[in-house]
Write a new protein. Structure first.
Length: 73
């Protein structure tokens, strides 16, 4: 199962599972295709958007765990 940290780059996160994009879009990260956002960490992106980075990482890892469970079922 893939897991991310606050230091994971947005570009890397989207390569791990592009289905995580709606989570980011729902909290206001509408610049996912921007070259600069690809090199931004989850922590940096969360802080720019006024989001608690620890809560965001937890939400993303919960999502990734659910997707992994669905694939392995």
């Amino acid at each position: 199962m893939a897991q991310v940290s606050k230091q994971t780059m947005i570009g890397e996160l989207l390569q791990i599972d592009q289905d995580v994009a709606p989570i980011l879009l729902n909290i206001g990260m509408h610049c996912l295709g921007c070259p600069s956002s690809q090199m931004e960490t989850i922590e940096e992106a969360a802080m720019v958007h006024g989001i608690d980075p620890d809560a965001l990482v937890s939400q993303i890892n919960d999502f990734l765990a659910g997707n992994s469970a669905a694939v392995n079922a």
